[in-house]
Design a protein around this ligand. Structure first.
Ligand SMILES: Cc1cc2nc3c(=O)[nH]c(=O)nc-3n(C[C@H](O)[C@H](O)[C@H](O)COP(=O)(O)OP(=O)(O)OC[C@H]3O[C@@H](n4cnc5c(N)ncnc54)[C@H](O)[C@@H]3O)c2cc1C
Length: 394
Protein backbone atom coordinates (compact mmCIF):
# COMPACT_ATOMS: atom_id res chain seq x y z
CA UNK A 1 0.00 0.00 0.00
CA UNK A 2 1.53 3.29 -1.03
CA UNK A 3 -0.21 6.66 -1.10
CA UNK A 4 -0.51 9.92 0.77
CA UNK A 5 -2.86 12.88 0.49
CA UNK A 6 -1.64 15.89 -1.48
CA UNK A 7 -2.06 19.51 -0.37
CA UNK A 8 -4.98 19.84 -2.78
CA UNK A 9 -6.72 16.84 -1.22
CA UNK A 10 -6.12 18.15 2.30
CA UNK A 11 -7.55 21.53 1.22
CA UNK A 12 -10.61 19.71 -0.08
CA UNK A 13 -10.90 17.93 3.29
CA UNK A 14 -10.90 21.31 5.02
CA UNK A 15 -13.53 22.63 2.61
CA UNK A 16 -15.81 19.69 3.49
CA UNK A 17 -15.20 20.08 7.23
CA UNK A 18 -15.95 23.81 7.09
CA UNK A 19 -19.14 23.20 5.15
CA UNK A 20 -20.28 20.41 7.46
CA UNK A 21 -19.55 22.48 10.57
CA UNK A 22 -22.12 25.01 9.38
CA UNK A 23 -24.70 22.89 7.56
CA UNK A 24 -24.90 19.77 9.72
CA UNK A 25 -26.58 22.04 12.28
CA UNK A 26 -29.59 22.20 9.95
CA UNK A 27 -30.15 18.45 10.28
CA UNK A 28 -33.06 17.42 12.50
CA UNK A 29 -32.19 16.39 16.06
CA UNK A 30 -33.42 12.84 15.48
CA UNK A 31 -30.68 12.31 12.93
CA UNK A 32 -27.99 12.41 15.62
CA UNK A 33 -29.89 11.12 18.65
CA UNK A 34 -30.94 7.47 18.33
CA UNK A 35 -33.26 7.86 21.31
CA UNK A 36 -35.55 10.29 19.45
CA UNK A 37 -38.37 9.12 17.17
CA UNK A 38 -37.59 9.39 13.47
CA UNK A 39 -39.83 9.03 10.40
CA UNK A 40 -40.00 5.56 8.85
CA UNK A 41 -37.24 5.16 6.28
CA UNK A 42 -39.77 4.21 3.59
CA UNK A 43 -42.06 7.20 4.25
CA UNK A 44 -42.57 10.21 1.98
CA UNK A 45 -41.38 12.40 4.87
CA UNK A 46 -38.05 10.57 5.07
CA UNK A 47 -37.67 10.66 1.29
CA UNK A 48 -38.33 14.42 1.18
CA UNK A 49 -35.82 14.91 3.98
CA UNK A 50 -33.24 12.99 1.92
CA UNK A 51 -33.93 15.11 -1.18
CA UNK A 52 -33.64 18.33 0.87
CA UNK A 53 -30.20 17.29 2.20
CA UNK A 54 -29.12 16.05 -1.23
CA UNK A 55 -29.87 19.47 -2.74
CA UNK A 56 -27.78 21.16 -0.07
CA UNK A 57 -24.87 18.85 -0.93
CA UNK A 58 -25.45 19.57 -4.62
CA UNK A 59 -25.38 23.34 -4.10
CA UNK A 60 -22.07 22.92 -2.25
CA UNK A 61 -20.58 20.95 -5.18
CA UNK A 62 -20.48 17.65 -3.30
CA UNK A 63 -22.72 15.57 -5.58
CA UNK A 64 -21.38 13.59 -8.54
CA UNK A 65 -17.79 13.82 -7.34
CA UNK A 66 -16.63 11.16 -9.79
CA UNK A 67 -18.75 12.48 -12.67
CA UNK A 68 -16.78 14.36 -15.35
CA UNK A 69 -17.08 18.16 -15.26
CA UNK A 70 -18.66 18.22 -18.73
CA UNK A 71 -21.67 16.39 -17.26
CA UNK A 72 -21.98 18.66 -14.24
CA UNK A 73 -19.86 16.56 -11.88
CA UNK A 74 -16.80 17.61 -9.92
CA UNK A 75 -14.29 15.45 -11.81
CA UNK A 76 -12.68 14.64 -8.47
CA UNK A 77 -9.65 12.40 -8.16
CA UNK A 78 -10.01 8.99 -6.52
CA UNK A 79 -8.37 10.29 -3.36
CA UNK A 80 -10.70 13.30 -3.22
CA UNK A 81 -13.61 10.87 -3.36
CA UNK A 82 -12.06 8.93 -0.48
CA UNK A 83 -11.55 12.14 1.51
CA UNK A 84 -15.21 13.04 0.97
CA UNK A 85 -16.42 9.59 2.08
CA UNK A 86 -14.16 9.74 5.14
CA UNK A 87 -15.37 13.17 6.24
CA UNK A 88 -19.04 12.38 5.68
CA UNK A 89 -18.77 9.15 7.66
CA UNK A 90 -16.80 10.80 10.46
CA UNK A 91 -19.38 13.59 10.73
CA UNK A 92 -22.13 10.92 10.68
CA UNK A 93 -24.28 12.96 8.30
CA UNK A 94 -26.62 11.48 5.66
CA UNK A 95 -25.27 10.75 2.20
CA UNK A 96 -26.87 11.61 -1.12
CA UNK A 97 -30.38 10.44 -1.97
CA UNK A 98 -30.54 9.61 -5.67
CA UNK A 99 -27.96 6.85 -5.18
CA UNK A 100 -29.10 4.52 -7.96
CA UNK A 101 -29.39 7.47 -10.34
CA UNK A 102 -25.97 8.85 -9.55
CA UNK A 103 -24.17 5.56 -8.97
CA UNK A 104 -25.55 3.50 -11.82
CA UNK A 105 -28.06 5.16 -14.17
CA UNK A 106 -26.11 8.37 -14.84
CA UNK A 107 -22.80 6.60 -15.56
CA UNK A 108 -24.64 4.14 -17.84
CA UNK A 109 -26.18 7.01 -19.82
CA UNK A 110 -22.78 8.75 -20.00
CA UNK A 111 -21.12 5.61 -21.31
CA UNK A 112 -23.73 4.06 -23.59
CA UNK A 113 -26.40 6.77 -24.06
CA UNK A 114 -27.05 9.15 -26.94
CA UNK A 115 -26.18 12.86 -26.78
CA UNK A 116 -29.90 13.62 -26.47
CA UNK A 117 -30.24 11.27 -23.50
CA UNK A 118 -27.22 12.85 -21.82
CA UNK A 119 -28.68 16.35 -22.28
CA UNK A 120 -32.13 15.34 -21.10
CA UNK A 121 -31.30 13.19 -18.07
CA UNK A 122 -27.92 13.82 -16.46
CA UNK A 123 -28.54 17.20 -14.82
CA UNK A 124 -31.89 16.26 -13.19
CA UNK A 125 -30.25 13.07 -11.86
CA UNK A 126 -27.47 15.05 -10.18
CA UNK A 127 -29.88 17.54 -8.64
CA UNK A 128 -32.29 14.78 -7.54
CA UNK A 129 -35.01 16.59 -9.48
CA UNK A 130 -35.74 13.16 -10.96
CA UNK A 131 -35.29 10.03 -8.88
CA UNK A 132 -34.21 6.81 -10.55
CA UNK A 133 -34.53 3.12 -9.82
CA UNK A 134 -33.24 -0.10 -11.32
CA UNK A 135 -35.67 -2.49 -13.04
CA UNK A 136 -33.52 -5.54 -13.69
CA UNK A 137 -34.65 -8.39 -11.40
CA UNK A 138 -37.78 -10.40 -12.12
CA UNK A 139 -39.45 -13.30 -10.32
CA UNK A 140 -37.41 -15.72 -12.49
CA UNK A 141 -34.36 -13.55 -13.10
CA UNK A 142 -32.08 -12.51 -10.23
CA UNK A 143 -28.65 -14.12 -10.12
CA UNK A 144 -29.40 -15.32 -13.63
CA UNK A 145 -30.22 -11.88 -14.98
CA UNK A 146 -30.11 -12.99 -18.60
CA UNK A 147 -33.33 -14.88 -17.95
CA UNK A 148 -35.44 -11.65 -17.98
CA UNK A 149 -38.86 -12.29 -19.51
CA UNK A 150 -40.38 -8.77 -19.65
CA UNK A 151 -41.37 -8.49 -23.29
CA UNK A 152 -40.91 -5.62 -25.74
CA UNK A 153 -42.67 -5.61 -29.12
CA UNK A 154 -41.91 -2.94 -31.71
CA UNK A 155 -44.82 -0.81 -32.91
CA UNK A 156 -43.66 1.99 -35.23
CA UNK A 157 -41.46 4.40 -33.26
CA UNK A 158 -42.38 2.75 -29.97
CA UNK A 159 -41.75 -0.44 -28.07
CA UNK A 160 -44.73 -1.88 -26.25
CA UNK A 161 -43.48 -3.32 -22.96
CA UNK A 162 -45.33 -5.88 -20.85
CA UNK A 163 -44.05 -7.82 -17.84
CA UNK A 164 -43.03 -7.65 -14.22
CA UNK A 165 -39.96 -6.51 -12.31
CA UNK A 166 -39.39 -7.19 -8.63
CA UNK A 167 -37.29 -5.80 -5.75
CA UNK A 168 -37.30 -2.38 -7.43
CA UNK A 169 -35.67 -0.36 -4.63
CA UNK A 170 -37.21 3.09 -4.25
CA UNK A 171 -39.56 2.44 -7.19
CA UNK A 172 -42.45 4.05 -5.29
CA UNK A 173 -40.64 7.43 -5.29
CA UNK A 174 -39.01 7.11 -8.70
CA UNK A 175 -39.60 9.11 -11.85
CA UNK A 176 -37.47 6.96 -14.16
CA UNK A 177 -36.06 3.45 -14.28
CA UNK A 178 -33.36 1.63 -16.18
CA UNK A 179 -35.04 -1.42 -17.63
CA UNK A 180 -34.02 -4.73 -19.20
CA UNK A 181 -36.49 -6.01 -21.78
CA UNK A 182 -36.55 -9.12 -23.98
CA UNK A 183 -36.92 -7.83 -27.52
CA UNK A 184 -35.49 -10.78 -29.48
CA UNK A 185 -37.30 -13.90 -28.24
CA UNK A 186 -35.60 -16.10 -30.83
CA UNK A 187 -32.03 -15.09 -29.95
CA UNK A 188 -29.84 -16.87 -27.34
CA UNK A 189 -30.88 -15.49 -23.95
CA UNK A 190 -27.89 -13.17 -23.40
CA UNK A 191 -28.35 -11.61 -26.84
CA UNK A 192 -32.12 -11.13 -26.72
CA UNK A 193 -32.30 -8.23 -24.26
CA UNK A 194 -32.44 -4.48 -24.85
CA UNK A 195 -31.79 -1.71 -22.32
CA UNK A 196 -34.39 1.09 -22.03
CA UNK A 197 -35.13 4.16 -19.93
CA UNK A 198 -38.66 3.89 -18.57
CA UNK A 199 -40.87 6.78 -17.46
CA UNK A 200 -42.30 5.44 -14.19
CA UNK A 201 -45.33 7.76 -14.58
CA UNK A 202 -46.23 6.42 -18.05
CA UNK A 203 -49.69 4.86 -18.51
CA UNK A 204 -49.54 1.11 -17.81
CA UNK A 205 -46.85 1.27 -15.10
CA UNK A 206 -48.05 0.09 -11.68
CA UNK A 207 -45.77 0.10 -8.65
CA UNK A 208 -46.75 -2.04 -5.69
CA UNK A 209 -44.63 -1.75 -2.51
CA UNK A 210 -43.52 -5.03 -0.91
CA UNK A 211 -43.68 -5.32 2.87
CA UNK A 212 -40.29 -6.38 4.26
CA UNK A 213 -39.52 -8.14 7.53
CA UNK A 214 -38.32 -4.78 8.91
CA UNK A 215 -41.94 -3.63 8.65
CA UNK A 216 -40.93 -1.10 5.99
CA UNK A 217 -41.54 -1.11 2.23
CA UNK A 218 -38.30 -0.05 0.65
CA UNK A 219 -38.72 -2.00 -2.55
CA UNK A 220 -41.51 -2.88 -4.95
CA UNK A 221 -43.04 -4.99 -7.61
CA UNK A 222 -43.26 -3.02 -10.85
CA UNK A 223 -45.82 -4.12 -13.41
CA UNK A 224 -45.82 -2.96 -17.03
CA UNK A 225 -48.94 -3.51 -19.04
CA UNK A 226 -48.58 -2.42 -22.67
CA UNK A 227 -46.36 0.56 -21.74
CA UNK A 228 -45.31 2.55 -24.81
CA UNK A 229 -41.60 3.40 -24.71
CA UNK A 230 -40.27 5.63 -27.49
CA UNK A 231 -37.32 4.21 -29.43
CA UNK A 232 -35.24 7.24 -28.39
CA UNK A 233 -35.25 5.72 -24.87
CA UNK A 234 -33.15 2.75 -25.99
CA UNK A 235 -29.63 2.70 -24.52
CA UNK A 236 -27.00 0.96 -26.60
CA UNK A 237 -27.94 -1.34 -29.44
CA UNK A 238 -30.97 -3.54 -29.75
CA UNK A 239 -30.17 -7.02 -28.38
CA UNK A 240 -27.10 -5.76 -26.46
CA UNK A 241 -28.97 -4.87 -23.25
CA UNK A 242 -27.41 -7.62 -21.16
CA UNK A 243 -23.94 -6.23 -21.82
CA UNK A 244 -25.06 -2.66 -21.06
CA UNK A 245 -26.54 -3.97 -17.78
CA UNK A 246 -23.26 -5.71 -16.91
CA UNK A 247 -21.55 -2.35 -17.53
CA UNK A 248 -24.05 -0.69 -15.18
CA UNK A 249 -23.27 -3.15 -12.39
CA UNK A 250 -19.54 -2.46 -12.77
CA UNK A 251 -19.99 1.16 -11.64
CA UNK A 252 -19.35 0.39 -8.02
CA UNK A 253 -18.69 3.12 -5.52
CA UNK A 254 -15.59 3.26 -3.34
CA UNK A 255 -16.01 1.13 -0.22
CA UNK A 256 -13.90 3.36 2.01
CA UNK A 257 -16.88 5.33 3.36
CA UNK A 258 -18.46 2.03 4.36
CA UNK A 259 -15.25 1.06 6.18
CA UNK A 260 -15.55 4.14 8.39
CA UNK A 261 -19.25 3.41 8.80
CA UNK A 262 -18.16 0.09 10.31
CA UNK A 263 -16.01 1.88 12.87
CA UNK A 264 -19.07 3.99 13.76
CA UNK A 265 -21.13 0.81 14.22
CA UNK A 266 -18.58 -0.64 16.66
CA UNK A 267 -18.44 2.68 18.55
CA UNK A 268 -22.24 2.81 18.80
CA UNK A 269 -22.32 -0.79 19.95
CA UNK A 270 -19.85 0.01 22.72
CA UNK A 271 -22.08 2.91 23.84
CA UNK A 272 -25.10 0.63 23.80
CA UNK A 273 -23.26 -2.06 25.80
CA UNK A 274 -22.13 0.58 28.32
CA UNK A 275 -25.66 1.92 28.73
CA UNK A 276 -26.86 -1.64 29.38
CA UNK A 277 -24.04 -2.36 31.84
CA UNK A 278 -22.65 -5.08 29.55
CA UNK A 279 -19.34 -3.54 28.53
CA UNK A 280 -17.42 -5.33 31.30
CA UNK A 281 -18.66 -8.75 30.22
CA UNK A 282 -15.54 -10.63 29.00
CA UNK A 283 -17.40 -12.27 26.12
CA UNK A 284 -18.77 -8.93 24.95
CA UNK A 285 -15.27 -7.48 25.05
CA UNK A 286 -13.83 -10.39 23.05
CA UNK A 287 -16.51 -10.10 20.41
CA UNK A 288 -16.25 -6.31 20.11
CA UNK A 289 -12.50 -6.59 19.60
CA UNK A 290 -13.05 -9.30 16.98
CA UNK A 291 -15.51 -7.10 15.05
CA UNK A 292 -13.10 -4.18 15.25
CA UNK A 293 -10.26 -6.34 13.92
CA UNK A 294 -12.36 -7.66 11.05
CA UNK A 295 -13.57 -4.13 10.26
CA UNK A 296 -9.94 -3.07 9.97
CA UNK A 297 -9.09 -6.04 7.77
CA UNK A 298 -11.84 -4.91 5.38
CA UNK A 299 -10.70 -1.28 5.55
CA UNK A 300 -7.06 -2.06 4.78
CA UNK A 301 -8.07 -4.46 2.03
CA UNK A 302 -10.01 -1.53 0.55
CA UNK A 303 -7.02 0.77 0.88
CA UNK A 304 -4.82 -1.79 -0.89
CA UNK A 305 -7.34 -1.89 -3.76
CA UNK A 306 -7.26 1.91 -3.84
CA UNK A 307 -3.48 1.94 -3.87
CA UNK A 308 -3.49 -0.41 -6.88
CA UNK A 309 -5.88 1.91 -8.72
CA UNK A 310 -3.71 4.93 -7.94
CA UNK A 311 -0.81 3.09 -9.54
CA UNK A 312 -2.81 2.52 -12.72
CA UNK A 313 -3.85 -1.06 -11.96
CA UNK A 314 -7.33 -2.57 -11.64
CA UNK A 315 -8.68 -2.83 -8.06
CA UNK A 316 -7.83 -6.56 -8.26
CA UNK A 317 -9.05 -9.39 -6.08
CA UNK A 318 -9.27 -7.05 -3.07
CA UNK A 319 -12.49 -5.40 -4.23
CA UNK A 320 -14.38 -8.71 -4.62
CA UNK A 321 -13.13 -9.91 -1.24
CA UNK A 322 -14.06 -6.61 0.42
CA UNK A 323 -17.56 -6.55 -1.03
CA UNK A 324 -18.23 -10.13 0.14
CA UNK A 325 -16.63 -9.83 3.57
CA UNK A 326 -18.16 -6.38 4.24
CA UNK A 327 -21.71 -7.61 3.72
CA UNK A 328 -21.16 -10.69 5.87
CA UNK A 329 -19.60 -8.45 8.56
CA UNK A 330 -22.75 -6.30 8.71
CA UNK A 331 -24.82 -9.36 9.46
CA UNK A 332 -22.42 -10.62 12.14
CA UNK A 333 -22.26 -7.20 13.82
CA UNK A 334 -26.04 -6.87 13.91
CA UNK A 335 -26.45 -10.44 15.20
CA UNK A 336 -24.10 -9.53 18.02
CA UNK A 337 -26.01 -6.32 18.83
CA UNK A 338 -29.07 -8.52 19.36
CA UNK A 339 -27.10 -10.85 21.64
CA UNK A 340 -25.96 -7.91 23.79
CA UNK A 341 -29.54 -6.76 24.19
CA UNK A 342 -30.72 -10.17 25.42
CA UNK A 343 -34.50 -10.10 26.04
CA UNK A 344 -34.68 -6.46 24.86
CA UNK A 345 -33.72 -7.71 21.39
CA UNK A 346 -37.38 -8.59 20.87
CA UNK A 347 -38.59 -5.00 21.21
CA UNK A 348 -39.03 -3.03 18.00
CA UNK A 349 -39.43 0.74 17.72
CA UNK A 350 -43.14 0.61 18.51
CA UNK A 351 -42.22 -0.28 22.13
CA UNK A 352 -41.25 2.54 24.47
CA UNK A 353 -38.77 0.10 26.10
CA UNK A 354 -36.91 -0.58 22.83
CA UNK A 355 -33.18 0.26 23.06
CA UNK A 356 -32.20 3.26 20.89
CA UNK A 357 -35.72 3.48 19.44
CA UNK A 358 -35.33 0.00 17.91
CA UNK A 359 -32.60 1.01 15.45
CA UNK A 360 -30.58 -2.17 16.13
CA UNK A 361 -33.60 -4.36 15.49
CA UNK A 362 -34.18 -2.54 12.22
CA UNK A 363 -30.52 -2.95 11.19
CA UNK A 364 -30.51 -6.60 12.21
CA UNK A 365 -33.54 -7.38 10.04
CA UNK A 366 -32.38 -5.15 7.18
CA UNK A 367 -28.92 -6.72 7.16
CA UNK A 368 -30.44 -10.05 6.01
CA UNK A 369 -30.74 -8.44 2.58
CA UNK A 370 -27.06 -7.41 2.53
CA UNK A 371 -25.92 -10.83 1.37
CA UNK A 372 -28.47 -10.78 -1.48
CA UNK A 373 -28.84 -7.26 -2.83
CA UNK A 374 -25.62 -6.59 -4.77
CA UNK A 375 -25.25 -10.22 -5.76
CA UNK A 376 -25.71 -13.05 -3.28
CA UNK A 377 -22.82 -14.36 -1.18
CA UNK A 378 -22.93 -17.62 -3.15
CA UNK A 379 -22.55 -15.76 -6.44
CA UNK A 380 -19.74 -13.61 -5.01
CA UNK A 381 -17.93 -16.74 -3.82
CA UNK A 382 -18.42 -18.28 -7.27
CA UNK A 383 -16.82 -15.23 -8.87
CA UNK A 384 -13.88 -15.36 -6.45
CA UNK A 385 -13.46 -19.11 -7.05
CA UNK A 386 -13.49 -18.65 -10.80
CA UNK A 387 -11.71 -15.35 -11.41
CA UNK A 388 -9.26 -15.27 -8.52
CA UNK A 389 -8.61 -18.92 -7.74
CA UNK A 390 -8.85 -20.07 -11.34
CA UNK A 391 -11.30 -22.86 -10.52
CA UNK A 392 -13.46 -24.12 -13.40
CA UNK A 393 -16.87 -22.57 -14.14
CA UNK A 394 -19.80 -24.43 -12.61
C1 LIG B 1 -32.55 -5.27 -0.37
C2 LIG B 1 -32.58 -5.63 -1.82
C3 LIG B 1 -32.67 -4.63 -2.77
C4 LIG B 1 -32.72 -4.95 -4.13
N1 LIG B 1 -32.85 -3.94 -5.05
C5 LIG B 1 -32.97 -4.24 -6.36
C6 LIG B 1 -33.22 -3.22 -7.33
O1 LIG B 1 -33.33 -2.03 -7.01
N2 LIG B 1 -33.37 -3.57 -8.62
C7 LIG B 1 -33.26 -4.87 -9.04
O2 LIG B 1 -33.37 -5.11 -10.24
N3 LIG B 1 -33.04 -5.88 -8.15
C8 LIG B 1 -32.90 -5.59 -6.82
N4 LIG B 1 -32.71 -6.60 -5.90
C9 LIG B 1 -32.71 -7.98 -6.36
C10 LIG B 1 -31.36 -8.66 -6.28
O3 LIG B 1 -30.52 -8.20 -7.30
C11 LIG B 1 -31.63 -10.17 -6.37
O4 LIG B 1 -32.37 -10.52 -5.22
C12 LIG B 1 -30.36 -10.97 -6.42
O5 LIG B 1 -29.70 -10.78 -7.63
C13 LIG B 1 -30.65 -12.47 -6.23
O6 LIG B 1 -31.62 -12.90 -7.11
P1 LIG B 1 -32.91 -13.73 -6.62
O7 LIG B 1 -33.49 -13.00 -5.45
O8 LIG B 1 -33.76 -13.96 -7.79
O9 LIG B 1 -32.33 -15.08 -6.06
P2 LIG B 1 -31.90 -16.34 -6.94
O10 LIG B 1 -30.99 -15.91 -8.01
O11 LIG B 1 -33.13 -17.10 -7.32
O12 LIG B 1 -31.09 -17.17 -5.87
C14 LIG B 1 -31.72 -17.99 -4.87
C15 LIG B 1 -30.62 -18.69 -4.09
O13 LIG B 1 -29.87 -19.54 -4.97
C16 LIG B 1 -28.49 -19.21 -4.93
N5 LIG B 1 -27.91 -19.34 -6.27
C17 LIG B 1 -28.42 -18.87 -7.44
N6 LIG B 1 -27.60 -19.16 -8.46
C18 LIG B 1 -26.54 -19.81 -7.93
C19 LIG B 1 -25.34 -20.35 -8.48
N7 LIG B 1 -25.09 -20.26 -9.77
N8 LIG B 1 -24.46 -20.94 -7.62
C20 LIG B 1 -24.70 -21.02 -6.28
N9 LIG B 1 -25.84 -20.53 -5.72
C21 LIG B 1 -26.73 -19.93 -6.52
C22 LIG B 1 -28.45 -17.76 -4.48
O14 LIG B 1 -27.20 -17.43 -3.87
C23 LIG B 1 -29.60 -17.71 -3.49
O15 LIG B 1 -29.19 -18.20 -2.24
C24 LIG B 1 -32.65 -6.31 -4.53
C25 LIG B 1 -32.56 -7.32 -3.57
C26 LIG B 1 -32.54 -6.99 -2.22
C27 LIG B 1 -32.45 -8.10 -1.20
Amino acid sequence: MDFSYSEKEEAFRQEIRDWLAVHSRDLPKWWFDPKLKRPDTDSREYHDFGVWWHKKLYDAGFVGLNWPKEYGGRGATLLEQVVFSEEMAKARVPGITNTIGIGWCGPTIMTYGTEEQKKRFLQPILKADEIWCQGFSEPEAGSDLANCQTKGVQDGDHWVVTGQKVWTSGGHFSDWAILLVRTEPEAPKHRGLTFFLLDMHAPGVTVRPLRQMTGGSEFNETFMDGVRVHKSMMVGERGRGFYVAMGTLEFERSGIGAAIGRENTVEDMIEMAKAMGKNKDPLVRQKMAQLFIEGNVIKYTGLRALSRQLHGMTPGSESGVMSYFGMEWNQRANDFAMQIQGPYARLMRDSSYAIDDGRWQYSFLRSRGNTIETGTSEIKRNVIAQRILGLPRE
